[in-house]
Design a protein around this ligand. Structure first.
Ligand code: PLP
Length: 395
């Protein structure tokens, strides 16, 4: 089989891109998958090349054929100018913020951000002399009133972690760019398949590859893509930090990429089916899923997103903590655990009011976040129905 030319790759439709981008079977002796290149030292052919550093690979921290393949594929999928890889999604958030900010700058951070990102802002960024102001994710263009002369970056996450507010990213980007600020997005929920970040005004986009790219809950990985304006600065920060992911994780991520489109579309289908079933249950006060018409930001989601992943939340009618524990304890198919985006279903209880500062989280009952996997949807419903019986018994 011949390697696909870049023109042929550019012509591919979405589904084929996931299968073929970042692959060159000719270069891997006909084998389908590129191996996990391991290594620190890369040899140079002569003293002149060693001095000029003018060869494709120069040192393990600067990239290998395996990391290059993943970067090439992800760059194309995200509609970016380039990609940097780091060992976790949280490290990708840190890398993007360190690319965009320096001492003395001000950051506008959505109140709905993944909570450890707040820890980074309130800890390391603060110690570096960067001040963070948290804002209501639903501000849209109204964010203009929070800008100061020293505001150099706006961080968005849409939909927000756990509470799932959808943000008007194009409007926020317009305001930010008019003031010379960088727009950084955590795009993990949608992935570039459902929300192309750079086409929507994002300068630096973060993906926790730990979730849908991996898809099998067996690795941690972070990716940051940049548009043409920010690529040089992203590459510089990535080089300065020199924290590449391990080769095995990059190999597994490339393998995950091949089925990611398929898994995401199934997660969307399964997620919607379970969300609708839960909405009809008497125990549910509300289901928070951006693709459901009663979500407060549904119109915005419909305008900007091409689909939804399998992560959504449910607010139960008020019951005791013991009753919620009775629901959760004894679930056979839903695991209790953090992270998400794998092939298996998960659920966690959550309470955003513990850490929110710009908005009030008062949903009216205990809240649960579901990550719906690939099990038979009727088995998932049966597992939860038995859980609701246990909850009733403990109320
Ligand atoms: C929205 C979001 N962004 C980033 C991360 C961080 O990813 P990682 O676990 O790889 O650090 C997570 C992890 O749960 C997440 O939910």
């Amino acid at each position: 089989m011949k390697s696909l030319s870049s023109e042929s790759k550019a012509r591919l439709r979405s589904r084929s891109r996931f299968v073929h981008l970042g692959r060159d079977s000719e270069a891997s002796y006909g084998f389908i998958n590129l191996p996990a290149f391991r290594g620190s030292t890369v040899l140079f052919p002569d003293a002149a090349t060693l001095k000029s550093n003018d060869q494709r690979f120069t040192y393990g921290t600067h990239g290998t054929p395996t990391t290059e393949a993943l970067c090439e594929a992800w760059t194309a999928l995200a509609g970016a100018a380039g990609t940097a890889l780091v060992p976790t999604g949280m490290a990708a958030i840190a890398l993007a913020l360190l690319t965009a900010l320096k001492a003395g700058d001000h950051l506008l951070m959505t109140d709905s951000a993944y909570q450890p990102a707040r820890i980074f802002c309130n800890g390391m960024l603060k110690r570096m002399g960067v001040e963070t102001t948290y804002y209501d994710p639903r501000l849209g263009a109204g964010i203009a009133s929070l800008f100061r002369p020293d505001t150099k970056a706006v961080f968005v996450e849409s939909p927000g972690s756990q509470s799932l507010e959808v943000q008007d990213i194009p409007a926020i980007a317009e305001v930010a760019h008019a003031r010379g600020a960088c727009v950084v997005a955590d795009n993990t929920w949608a992935t570039p398949l459902f929300f192309p970040p750079h086409a929507n005004g994002v300068d630096l986009a973060v993906e926790a590859g730990t979730k849908y790219l991996s898809g099998h809950s067996d690795l941690l990985l972070g990716l940051v893509t940049a548009n043409a304006d920010w690529l040089k600065r992203l590459n510089r920060a990535a080089r300065e930090l020199a924290i590449p992911p391990g080769p095995e994780d990059v190999y597994l991520a490339l393998r995950g990429l091949r089925t990611m489109e398929l898994r995401l579309r199934e997660a969307e289908r399964q997620g919607l089916a379970l969300a609708e079933w839960l909405r009809a249950r008497p125990e549910a006060l509300k289901v928070i899923h951006p693709a459901l018409p009663d979500h407060p930001d549904h119109a915005l989601w419909k305008r900007d997103f091409a689909g939804s992943s399998g992560l959504f939340s449910v607010v139960l009618k008020p019951v005791s903590a013991e009753a919620v524990a009775a629901l959760l304890d004894g679930l056979e198919l839903f695991g209790l655990g953090y992270s998400w985006g794998g092939y298996e279903s998960l659920v966690i209880p959550f309470d955003c009011s513990r850490y929110r500062t710009a908005t009030r989280w008062a949903p009216g009952g205990p809240a649960l976040r579901f990550s719906v996997g690939l099990e038979d949807i009727d088995d998932l419903k049966d597992d939860l129905a038995r859980g609701f019986e246990r909850m009733k018994g403990a109320s």
